[in-house]
Structures are given as structure tokens and as C-alpha cells.
Write a protein of this length. Structure first.
Length: 373
């Protein structure tokens, strides 16, 4: 009997087969001929001779022949113009506590409508969302959620904000910008969780479209970034400093991976850089690693290692350092840096109590940086 395939299923199977063979250019051309996904123009790109284009969103600065797809798997050259396939078609959607960002100094105890699309310009060995981040939109199960369809879902979920997360938002930046424009007009807040491997100007555009950001500083050596993330550290530091130049509320997260980035001297250098370049009031989340993806052979990060890293960070001048992914732990709470009163108590991602009044500690009236109401 002859089997019948619709176009999407055919392309999905063909794409998966080609990827398994490592045939990226052929897959790219298959996609570009007639992609069964939305395509929107990319601003940060320019045409080159011979119908080639160059994308400037991230430091890869990919040059694509007609029909080829960027390293991030989201942008393609179609007829000499750059388009994004990750628009209005998220592959992951959920309602999360805002603390899951992680964001601890921004609207504590509220809910965020969270979403991410396929594609990423990193190749992290421990990626939690690799089934979306390491694939193209044609390979993933997507949700039809055009920008104008997002706000009814946010309202139905009783969410106070929208968070671009799960995968890398700079890959679906055009989608973020359009959703942001509509959401801000209705009074919603927006957040982004990003690995910050972006060129400064496009990244500033993204930062200016949201109200808060959690940026991942995954390690502090080029060796770690090359070996574990498949990219470079230097552009990340540049982008994080560019984000600090905007009005976005900024927090950082570092996933501490045993044997890879848990060197205490490197932790000292990283936290000293944060205090110096971003300021001592920048919250830092030291997150516990659990075996994922290609690093399943490792053990979870020992709590004692995280506690030692926190001690080092605070010794380098950071005033708000948290342990994340550790369940109930005193270092998940917020303490006044002056009188040491516990002013926000948490259990994992759940907020138990917020004592902050008018942005200040109720005990000594020390101003606590953040957005608390």
C-alpha cells in the first residue's frame, strides 16, 4: 500500500535523516526551498554579492549562500534575504513562578507566561532543553502562537509578565520584540533569560524591549566555553556589560558543573569581575548541576561546593548571592546586607514571605535593590 505524507511530515523526516548524516548544507537548502514554518525578515543582516547574506545578531556573523541556514538553526538565506523561522511558533510554553528565571529581586511571588522556540547558537553539553534548542523549527512540535495570540493566554493564566526562556531568546529576537510591543501597551512586564552570546547592539535592542533579564555567565575561561558550550567567553562578557548600560533589571546565573567550572580560583576571578564591572548589588545565582544530555556520567554538584563558591563570591564584594536548585536552603533567602535580617524567605521557587516595605528593609530601612511591587 502506498503511504501518504503531508509536506510537514515529509520535511521533518528528511531533515532528521540529513542531520543524522551531518549534511547541514543540504538540510539548509531543503528548508529554504519551501519551509513549512513562518519566516519573517531579520533586521540585523546585510546582503552580499551573489545572493549571499551576513547575519549580525550574534558573534558568529554567519555568511550564508542562498538556501543556507545559520549556525543557530533559526535564520536562513532565502533568495538573498535573511529570514527568521522562529516566529510565532514556540516549541516550549509554560506558566512558571518568576523565581524560576531565576529572578529573585523582581516581582517576587508572581507568575510568568514562559516560552521558547527551537534553535540556539550554543552547543552546551548539559542543555536541559536540547530537544528544542538543538533542532530547527521544522523538526520540533510547535504551537501556533502568533504575537497577537500571546496576551489572551497570559491573561487566562493569571500571569503578570511574559518570560522569553527555555531556549536562547536572541534566536527568536524578532518574535520577542513584537510580543513586547503588544504586551507593554497592555501594562505587562517582560523578562528574558539568555546566555548573552550576542553582538552588543542587537543585544541592547533586546534588553530595551524587556524589563528584567537573567544572563548566564556559564564559566570564566575560554577553555570551558569552547569545551562545554561550543563558543567563546569574550563576546559574552562584552554583551553582559552592554546589558548593564540599559535600564533592564539584571541578575546573573552560573551553573556549577563538577570538574568543569568549579575551580575556586576561577570562581574568585569571575565574582571579582561581576563586582567590578556590574556592581556589588548584582544578584548572582549559583545553580546546582544535575546530570543532563551529554554529561549524564557526572554527579550532581555537592552542596558544600556551592556553599564555598558563595563564600568566595561574597568575599569578593557581591551582596546578594543565592544557591539555586537546592530545595530548601538558607542561601535561597534574601538578607539585608546591613542588619542581616531575612527579608524574603523561599522554599525552592516558592516565596514564603516578603518583608520588604517600600523597597527597603523593615529593620534598618536599608534600600534593597530590585523591583518589589
Amino acid at each position: 500500500m502506498r503511504h501518504q505524507f503531508d509536506r510537514r511530515e515529509f520535511c521533518r523526516q528528511a531533515a532528521s535523516w540529513l542531520i543524522s548524516l551531518g549534511v547541514a548544507p543540504q538540510l539548509a537548502r531543503l528548508m529554504a526551498q519551501e519551509p513549512d514554518v513562518p519566516v519573517v525578515p531579520v533586521t540585523w543582516s546585510k546582503p552580499l554579492d551573489g545572493k549571499k547574506i551576513q547575519c549580525f545578531v550574534c558573534p558568529m556573523n554567519c555568511i550564508l549562500a542562498d538556501g543556507e541556514v545559520c549556525f543557530c538553526r533559526a535564520r536562513l538565506n532565502r533568495g538573498g534575504k535573511c529570514y527568521n523561522m522562529a516566529f510565532g511558533n514556540p516549541s516550549v510554553v509554560g506558566i512558571d513562578p518568576i523565581e524560576k528565571g531565576p529572578l529573585y529581586h523582581y516581582l517576587p511571588g508572581t507568575k510568568a507566561f514562559a516560552m521558547g522556540t527551537s534553535g540556539c547558537n550554543f552547543r552546551c553539553l548539559y542543555c536541559q532543553n536540547w530537544e528544542q534548542s538543538q533542532k530547527m523549527a521544522i523538526e520540533t512540535e510547535n504551537i501556533d502562537l502568533k504575537p497577537e495570540m500571546v496576551l489572551p493566554e497570559v491573561k487566562a493564566g493569571d500571569c503578570q509578565s511574559i518570560m522569553f526562556t527555555y531556549t536562547e531568546p536572541i534566536m527568536f529576537q524578532e518574535y520577542c520584540l513584537e510580543v513586547s510591543k503588544l504586551a507593554r501597551a497592555q501594562g505587562y512586564r517582560l523578562q528574558v533569560a539568555s546566555a548573552a552570546f550576542a553582538n552588543p547592539e542587537p543585544f541592547k535592542e533586546l534588553m530595551n524591549s524587556v524589563d528584567a533579564a537573567t544572563l548566564a555567565l556559564k564559566g570564566f575561561t575560554e577553555t570551558f566555553y569552547r569545551k562545554v558550550c561550543g563558543q567563546s567567553l569574550k563576546p559574552v562578557l562584552t554583551a553582559i556589560k552592554a546589558a548593564r548600560e540599559t535600564k533592564v533589571w539584571l541578575e546573573l546565573v552560573n551553573l556549577v558543573v563538577p570538574g568543569y567550572n568549579d575551580n575556586l580560583d576561577e570562581m574568585k576571578a569571575m565574582t571579582a569581575w561581576i563586582a567590578r564591572e556590574l556592581g556589588p548589588d548584582t544578584p548572582l545565582h549559583l545553580s546546582r548541576f544535575f546530570p543532563q544530555y551529554k554529561l549524564k556520567m557526572l554527579s550532581p554538584t555537592p552542596i558544600a561546593v556551592l556553599e564555598k563558591c558563595r563564600e568566595i563570591a561574597m568575599a569578593e564584594g557581591l551582596r546578594f548571592v543565592y544557591l539555586a536548585n537546592v530545595g530548601i536552603h538558607p542561601a535561597s533567602n534574601t538578607y539585608c546586607p546591613r542588619c542581616k535580617m531575612e527579608i524574603v524567605s523561599r522554599a525552592a521557587f516558592a516565596v514564603r514571605e516578603v518583608k520588604i516595605k517600600d523597597g527597603a528593609c523593615p529593620g534598618c530601612q536599608e534600600k534593597i535593590p530590585g523591583v518589589w511591587a
